[in-house]
Design a protein around this ligand. Structure first.
Ligand SMILES: NC(=O)N[C@@H](CC(=O)O)C(=O)O
Ligand SMILES: [Zn+2]
Ligand SMILES: [Zn+2]
Length: 349
């Protein structure tokens, strides 16, 4: 197969940042995706519908002219999010989900939830109104090894949560383990998961063998090959529970290449090309459209996109860097490396 046409995909997990950083990155996603679920972990976080509406307008203002990209906003759940805020969010029509960051789990999660039992009122309102909870699924207990934090989260947090709120819609975000893939596959239909391109393409050796490679460092951290294989199997299974979420998370080069480097992989400039490479490795390119373009809107009860994109088998080189907020640089996933698929109509990068 040398060309692949599919319904325009959406990105169900995206970090766009704000201000000049937003302006540097939003065009990359808008060139590929119809819509994206926009993560709320700004400084300060987006905790109210009013803030979400203002952030949405800043995103729309930063879009390239003529772009029809639609940002789907989220709220950042805190220990004190009231049920009324959930009601306002649903009534607004612009907020499509609420994000759970366990406090301390990842970038800008300091205001996150210390104990999910504090959030009962908000969770009840979400279950009643059908507003999905998006979960960064890692425990933060210091005694739990970083490679085990997702698997332990399933037992300590996810299962008790779903016992208390069996009807709540939950997306287990950026899953990275066989345990999470298995848990979601066996759960009822109100539970789904996003999978990133980098967790489908790479294991922890890519990050740690032959020198430490900070641009592969993200959270949840890359796992061993067995887990990558389980994720590939889930993504290409044809199950509507697994869909595309890049978790593209830009950080300036200097913040990544540091003695205490930030977590996050910047994959937005070639997101769909990365996924095509992963699906091709699994000999499942015909399943890419369901994963990238159908299952996400179906879960969120939104219409599928009606326009299409075409990917061509055409080698090209990912640029070494992109400009970021004026004088900074951002290093994309697979910088300087050759990619096999290219989105038709893509100009010079
Ligand atoms: N994925 C990451 O490694 N980083 C994300 C936060 C997140 O999604 O956990 C970020 O905002 O930088
Ligand atoms: Zn996360
Ligand atoms: Zn994320």
């Amino acid at each position: 197969m040398d060309s692949l046409t599919l319904t325009r995909p959406d990105d169900w997990h995206l970090h766009l940042r704000d201000g000049p950083h937003l302006g540097s990155v939003v065009g990359h996603s808008a060139a590929q995706m119809g819509r994206a679920i926009i993560m709320p972990n700004l400084k300060p976080p987006i905790t109210t519908t009013r803030q979400a509406a203002a952030y949405r307008q800043r995103i729309l203002d930063a879009l390239p002219q003529g772009s029809e990209f639609q940002p789907l906003m989220t709220l950042y759940l805190t220990d004190t999010t009231p049920a009324e805020e959930i009601e306002q969010a649903v009534a607004s029509g612009i907020v499509h989900a609420v994000k759970l960051y366990p406090a301390g789990a990842t970038t800008n999660s300091d205001s996150g939830v210390t104990d999910l039992r504090h959030c009962e009122a908000a969770l009840k309102a979400m279950a009643r109104l059908g507003l999905p909870l998006l979960v960064h699924g890692e425990v933060t207990d210091s005694d739990i090894d970083i490679f085990d934090r997702e698997a332990v989260f399933i037992e300590r947090v996810m299962k008790p949560l779903l016992e208390r709120h069996p009807g709540l819609k939950v997306v287990f975000e950026h899953i990275t383990t066989a345990q999470a893939a298995e848990f979601v596959a066996q759960a009822p239909d109100n539970i789904a998961a996003t999978i990133t391109a980098h967790h489908l393409l790479f294991n922890r050796n890519h990050m740690l063998v032959g020198g430490i490679k900070p641009h592969y460092y993200c959270l949840p951290i890359l796992k061993r090959e067995r887990h990558r294989q389980a994720l590939l199997a889930a993504a290409t299974s044809g199950s509507g529970k697994f869909f595309l979420g890049t978790d593209s998370a830009p950080h300036a080069q200097g913040d990544k290449e540091s003695s205490c480097g930030c977590a996050g992989v910047y994959s937005a400039p070639a997101a769909i090309e990365f996924y095509a490479a992963a699906f091709e490795e699994a000999a499942a390119l015909e399943r890419l459209e369901g994963f990238a373009s159908h299952f996400g809107p179906d879960f969120y009860q939104l219409p599928r996109n009606t326009d299409r994109i075409t990917l061509r088998r055409q080698e090209w080189t990912m640029p070494e860097a992109y400009p970021y907020a004026g004088d900074q640089r951002i290093i994309p996933l697979q910088a300087g490396q050759s990619l096999a698929w290219k989105l038709a109509g893509k100009g010079a990068q």
